[in-house]
Design a binder for this molecule. Structure first.
Ligand SMILES: Nc1ncnc2c1ncn2[C@@H]1O[C@H](COP(=O)(O)OP(=O)(O)O)[C@@H](O)[C@H]1O
Ligand SMILES: [Mg+2]
Length: 207
């Protein structure tokens, strides 16, 4: 077994006067699929936001690829190679799909091969390339949020159940895209509330 890509050791995070994380230990295997399971309010969002530097832990360590990242500003943590899908998707409604994607790429322009892959994985994004993101359907917005996170070769962290949504077709697209992403070598950490759903999703992606 190689070293984990991401390690949390005894991570404690307070929000205002509340102790939210009481010492989280977590190892995310390199190139694997990891589901963070917990009921509503269990601390999944706080854990992911702490990894991304959006909350500062007051104790513990966070290592990405062997290097300490706790205490770094969020932009620096992202630049070290983590694509993050926040709980609210974090897309810019007034900007076009194209602008949303370009802003998510460090260089301002994803490489053509990557963009082709994104269009294959999420055809709707190609169709609505020049449309304002706010005009997309819920499922399409979710695709855009995933596409923004994976626009470059990065590890993938999702605070949304990335296969959620009312339409089976969209869930299928997202599931295939994440499996593809894993086959390209990315490590995946995503949240889930329901154990059997998590198991089913994990099985699909791990095959
Ligand atoms: N901004 C905040 N202010 C106060 N309490 C918060 C805040 N964000 C989260 N919490 C509390 O932290 C706990 C964990 O929340 P969260 O990390 O969002 O859980 P999950 O994502 O697993 O549903 C909950 O009790 C929640 O009420
Ligand atoms: Mg949450």
């Amino acid at each position: 077994m190689s070293d984990p890509i991401l390690t949390l050791k005894g991570v404690k995070t307070d929000i205002a006067q509340y102790h939210i994380l009481h010492g989280v230990d977590l190892e995310v295997p390199r190139g694997g699929v990891t589901m963070l399971l917990g009921r509503n309010g269990a601390g999944k969002t706080t854990t992911l936001r702490t990894i991304m530097g959006l909350w500062k832990p007051h104790a513990g360590e966070i290592l990405l690829d062997g290097a300490h990242i706790h205490g770094l500003p969020p932009a620096q943590i992202a630049r070290r190679g983590i694509g993050f899908v926040p709980e609210d998707m974090g897309i810019f409604s007034d900007l076009t799909v194209e602008e949303n994607i370009r802003l998510a790429a460090l260089s301002g322009q994803p490489i053509p091969e990557r963009l082709d892959w994104i269009f294959t994985a999420f055809p709707a994004l190609k169709t609505f390339w020049k449309s304002a993101a706010g005009t997309l359907s819920g499922g399409q917005k979710q695709m855009l949020s995933v596409a923004r996170a994976v626009v470059e070769d990065r590890e993938f962290l999702s605070d949304r159940r990335a296969l959620q949504g009312p339409r089976a077709r969209h869930r299928g697209d997202a599931g295939r895209a994440l499996k593809d992403l894993k086959n390209r070598g990315a490590s995946i950490l995503m949240v889930e509330q329901n154990f059997s759903l998590a198991q089913a999703r994990w099985a699909i992606m791990s095959r």
